[in-house]
Design a protein around this ligand. Structure first.
Ligand code: AOF
Ligand code: ZN
Length: 316
């Protein structure tokens, strides 16, 4: 299932409003088919994996990060039917599909067709890889990642505003990778005016994956940018699964104050700035007790000489 989730990650940022599902088909201990939801949401992951497996799918087991669909769609066949027809004998799904058109119906259809069905293994990895879709269906808004690039002492610029660069090339390349995995990137008006950022993906082979751009501003519209007046406007975005918030500090603070950040990417450079501009400002804290038990580290690694730390909001 870890492999299926990793395959699903390949579609991240390009399948919305569909989930980025991953699928692996295994026959006699060998992988015979691999698939992931294609750009635009179709073909579905199972379809792609079955096409690769061909006849080898007969009697095989399919591992999918999400319950196979069963709905009638003008966009393509139902994966539960495709799996049953291909003669797959076992389907392991990490998670049920919360889409009301599916919602257990895919698993029921497979069982009716005599396929052995297991639900649950690898749910954690799957939940992480389809977090955007799951958050959108559960809460009506995208899964929000806030990126912060800072010095060891939490600064993003000198008092003069000079900020290029805090982190090194490897860390910046990683940010571009994260952009490629988002459906939309948002910055504040201050960052827009100061940097006129292109927010595109400048990585070889991934240039086509530049996401939609959004601006947090009470001011006027800018052509080519979606305007959000307040962080809460993300509830109206509709078809965005993954949103990446890239700053600056006022925008980061606004999203944190509204408790609308699900994941933090902290790129920390081995430099000290001292007096300077803070990565975030007021976030509505009145006591230290409220600051604790909010964030849980889920990853940490070196990117060149910088350190990346990933935290997820603990909403339990
Ligand atoms: C799967 N495998 O790879 C995906 C699924 O617009 P449609 O017809 O493609 O349907 C979209 C719904 O299909 C979506 O909301 C979700 O329930 C499911 N997505 N299902 O079996 C996949 N991407
Ligand atoms: Zn499907």
């Amino acid at each position: 299932m870890e492999t299926a989730a990793a395959l699903g990650e390949r579609g991240r940022g390009r399948t919305a409003p569909n989930p980025n599902v991953g699928c692996v088909i295994v026959r006699d201990g060998r992988v015979v088919g691999r698939g992931w939801t294609q750009p635009g949401g179709r073909p579905h992951a199972e379809r792609m994996a079955l096409d690769e497996a061909g006849e080898a799918a007969r009697g095989a087991a399919a591992y999918v990060t999400l319950e196979p669909c069963c709905h009638r769609s003008p966009r393509g066949p139902a994966c539960a039917d495709l799996l049953a027809r291909a003669g797959v004998s076992r389907v392991v799904a990490a998670l049920g599909d919360p889409d009301p058109r599916v919602s257990g119906g895919g698993l029921a259809r497979l069982r009716d067709a005599g396929v052995e069905v297991t639900v649950g293994p690898g749910a954690e990895a799957a939940r992480r890889s389809i977090a955007g879709f799951l958050t959108r269906l559960a809460l009506g808004r995208p899964w929000v990642t806030l990126k912060l690039a800072m010095s060891l002492d939490g600064k993003i610029a000198l008092p003069s505003g000079e900020s290029r660069w805090i982190t090194g090339e490897d860390a910046r390349a990683h940010v571009h990778l994260e952009r490629a995995r988002a459906d939309m990137i948002l910055v504040g008006r201050g960052t827009y005016d100061a940097d006129r950022p292109r927010l595109d993906v400048r990585l070889p082979g991934l240039e086509e994956r530049s996401p939609r751009r959004a601006l947090l501003t009470r001011g006027e519209d800018v052509e080519g940018w979606t305007r959000l007046q307040r962080p809460e406007a993300i509830f109206d975005l509709g078809d965005v699964n993954d949103l990446l918030v890239e700053g600056g500090s006022a925008t980061a603070s606004a999203f944190l104050s509204a408790d609308l950040v699900d994941r933090l990417l902290i790129y920390r450079a081995p430099i000290l700035i001292g007096e300077g501009r803070s990565s975030i400002g007021y976030i509505g804290l009145t006591s230290l007790a409220d600051a604790h038990r909010r964030w849980r580290m889920t990853d940490s690694r070196m990117l060149g000489i910088d350190r990346l730390e990933v935290y997820e909001r603990d909403r339990e």
